[in-house]
Design a protein around this ligand. Structure first.
Ligand SMILES: CC(C)=CCC/C(C)=C/CC/C(C)=C/COP(=O)(O)OP(=O)(O)O
Length: 319
């Protein structure tokens, strides 16, 4: 039986004039049991729909895929949650809740496939410009779900300008990072209060500061270098005052290798200020489904596309 809206624990918008609806509404208010099956990597609906045959089939597909190169790092732009909410006539905010379940399912599929790093774009700095109620509801959702997100034995990172977050969310993120610091199964980075341009500016500022400190130390030690002298010496050796590696080591995303694939739901082919520095050789895959509708098959297509392009991408990186 296909899932109905009431099964996912979120409510449809009320239609006050209809008595019939009121009766139904009572029924719909009963949150039911869409849960995430941690071991099977599926929602209970999937299990209901496809049963153990579905999970057997998934395992077969996973083992076929793993005969070729598996990407190290997949990133998700979780687009289309509000559109899903409208499409299904759900209460405001419900789309993001269903979106979170979709993220959990995709994470488990990635881990089952042997992908070592997963990154999600959970909240952009630009998202702070949304209506205050929407920002508040997203913050509450994140605070509530952060713990669930890192139950997966992965090392959890919260990437971005965390000081822009409200205190409870920031504390929950920091607590989760400490709690998972010694996990080694995979690296899960959630970008919250993140934009690429902010990350790059932050990394450049940090590397400038580092160089200034270096010069100050040299001066204090009596080595007698000034900024220009140090710069001149480096240039003679073919170095520049600040190079790519200096900036890269201060990137928030230095915790993971560059992504191999970015999957952006809802058919959009923009990067929206996400991993701009890191995505130079990355494959962008944009299935036309809304994020809450994304499923195993989309991940499989993305990985097949990566495998088909693998040698080409490898050569590009070398060139
Ligand atoms: C703990 C944790 C990481 C939780 C993540 C929860 C989650 C699914 C966040 C997505 C947030 C977001 C702004 C998505 C973009 O869809 P949209 O709202 O822009 O929808 P639209 O594209 O239809 O406008």
């Amino acid at each position: 039986m296909p899932p109905s809206i009431c099964d996912i624990g979120v409510h449809t918008k009320p239609k006050p004039k209809s008595n019939l609806y009121k009766k139904k509404k009572k029924k719909k208010k009963n949150k039911s049991n869409l849960s995430f099956d941690m071991d099977e990597g599926s929602t209970s609906h999937e299990t209901q729909r496809f049963g153990s045959f579905g999970s057997f089939l998934r395992r077969c597909i996973l083992s076929i895929l793993s005969t070729a190169t598996i990407p190290n790092h997949i990133s998700f732009i979780m687009d289309g949650n509000r559109r899903y909410c409208k499409k299904k006539n759900l209460m405001e905010g419900a789309g993001h809740r269903v979106g979170f379940l979709a993220l959990m399912a995709m994470l488990r599929y990635c881990y089952q496939m042997g992908i070592k790093c997963v990154t999600d774009y959970a909240f952009s700095i630009d998202n702070f410009k949304r209506r205050p109620e929407e920002v508040q509801s997203l913050m509450e959702l994140m605070q509530e779900k952060i713990e669930g997100l890192i139950k997966e034995e992965s090392m959890g990172y919260f990437i971005g300008n965390l000081k822009l977050l409200s205190k409870p969310v920031r504390l929950a993120a920091e607590k989760a990072m400490v709690a998972t610091a010694s996990n080694s199964r995979a690296v899960l980075s959630s970008c919250i209060a993140y934009t690429s341009t902010d990350e790059i500016v932050h990394a450049v500022q940090e590397s400038c500061q580092e160089k200034w400190d270096e010069i100050r130390e040299l001066n204090a030690s009596g080595a007698g270098y000034g900024l220009m002298e140090l710069d001149g010496n480096r240039r003679e050796q073919g170095e520049h005052y600040i190079g790519v590696t200096d900036v890269e080591k201060h990137m928030y995303m230095a915790v993971a290798p560059d992504p191999d694939i970015i999957i952006r739901a809802s058919g959009e082919t923009r990067l929206s200020n996400f991993l701009l520095w890191q995505s130079a050789y990355c494959l962008l895959y944009s299935p036309s489904v809304l994020w809450p509708e994304i499923g195993f098959q989309h991940l499989v297509w993305a990985v097949l596309e990566f495998q088909r392009n693998y040698f080409y991408l490898k050569e590009k990186k070398k060139a």
